[in-house]
Design a protein around this ligand. Structure first.
Ligand SMILES: Cc1cc2nc3c(=O)[nH]c(=O)nc-3n(C[C@H](O)[C@H](O)[C@H](O)COP(=O)(O)OP(=O)(O)OC[C@H]3O[C@@H](n4cnc5c(N)ncnc54)[C@H](O)[C@@H]3O)c2cc1C
Length: 333
């Protein structure tokens, strides 16, 4: 077998577009490939992939493999793992990266098993050791209380990356790259899974994970009403979305899809405002990538102040009205 070479990212598509994780994978993949002095490839699997391959080139890929067949219209584990296994065995990359998404979590370990290699899941930082040239994979452990770095010598070296933990590169339409159709020649009769039903989750307003401003409430909000009134109003005014810690979700005050943290969503907005929440390690695991963190808590010793850039010690019922009034004044200017 020829020597392993290059970085391959497994892109994801969403409603006919590149999913944001694809840009994030290309961004970190580009850095790793440059550190190794090797090429960056992407694979896009779907039906009617169209111009998306050129978009992947504009986001950093040197080469894009397109696996385009009606068989791949819906995500089916058997079909996707089978196709990726063939591509990886044929192209022999040194590194394979996937997203820590529902798809990546399903595919990564299965693909790793078939390739006889290990997969480090949920990485938040990746780098190349300048001496050994091995990939250093950093991920949170112990519920987000510590970071651990893993290095392995098996090939390909595989990892999934946490959504929003890496920056995509700015799109450069002038970048040149090669687009290559790849036919994994799968036997359709061997694909055992089938799509039975697809249920679309309707989200009013901006999606939490895409919002540039996140207003997050904790148990200290005291009940469901403030989420629907004061937090929703503030989010609307700042063009943001409302999030929550786990207790408000567990209590049924807000839907579970609003939960931020270890077992919820990962957010990395420009502005995160955490109100009446203590800042448990499980919550911090989902929001410390935020660029500007503001905390409002009546307890000056609350853990959230340890990670916040700005903090207000006080009862949110007193602090928020003044805060909202000032925001209204500034937004109106
Ligand atoms: C395996 C596991 C996974 C978990 N996953 C998650 C997760 O994904 N996300 C998550 O958030 N949690 C998660 N948790 C729960 C986590 O451990 C904490 O229990 C939770 O984050 C606490 O939420 P909180 O900060 O809202 O509540 P609390 O810790 O009870 O804090 C409430 C805060 O509100 C303040 N407060 C009260 N009233 C007011 C007021 N009027 N004005 C201002 N401040 C006020 C208090 O001073 C206090 O600091 C997980 C736990 C486990 C074991």
């Amino acid at each position: 077998m020829s020597e392993n070479k290059g970085v391959l990212i497994v892109g994801e598509l969403l409603e006919g577009k590149l999913a944001s994780i694809t840009g994030e994978l290309l961004g970190i993949g580009r850095k790793l490939a440059d550190s190794l002095g090797q090429n960056l490839s992407a694979v896009l699997i779907g039906s009617g992939v169209g111009d998306l391959a050129n978009e992947a080139v504009a986001l950093g890929a040197d080469k894009v493999y397109v696996i385009d067949n009606p068989m791949f219209k819906d995500y089916l584990t058997d079909a996707y793992v089978g196709a990726l296994e063939k591509l990886v065995k044929e192209t022999n990359p040194e590194i394979v990266l996937l997203g820590q998404t529902a798809t990546g979590r399903d595919l990564g370990p299965r693909l790793g098993f078939r390739l006889g290699t290990g997969v480090t899941l949920d990485c938040v930082a990746l780098a190349i050791d300048p001496e050994t040239k091995l990939m250093q994979k950093t991920k949170p452990v112990y519920g987000g209380n510590a970071l651990a770095m893993y290095v392995g010598e098996d090939r390909p070296q595989m990892a999934t990356i946490r959504v929003k933990s890496m920056e995509p590169l700015p799109k450069d339409a002038s970048r040149k790259g090669e687009v290559k159709a790849f036919d994994p020649a799968l036997d359709a009769s061997k694909v055992r899974g089938k799509m039975v039903n697809r249920v679309k989750e309707e989200v009013a307003g901006i999606k939490l994970e895409d919002a540039a401003v996140v207003i997050c409430g904790g148990r200290g909000m005291g009940g469901p009403d403030p989420f629907k009134t004061v937090l929703a109003d503030l989010a609307k005014m700042l063009n943001g979305a409302v999030g929550a810690t786990r207790p408000p979700c567990d209590s049924g005050w807000v839907p579970t899809i609003n939960q931020i943290g270890l077992t919820g969503k990962i957010v990395a907005p420009t502005l995160y405002i955490g109100i009446a929440l203590s800042g448990s390690s499980q919550h911090l695991a989902g929001m410390t990538g935020s660029k500007n963190i503001v905390a409002i808590n009546k307890d000056g010793e609350a853990n959230i102040f340890g990670v916040s850039h700005f903090g207000v010690v006080g009862d949110y019922k007193k602090v928020l009205p003044a805060f909202v009034a000032k925001c209204k004044e500034l937004v109106a200017k």
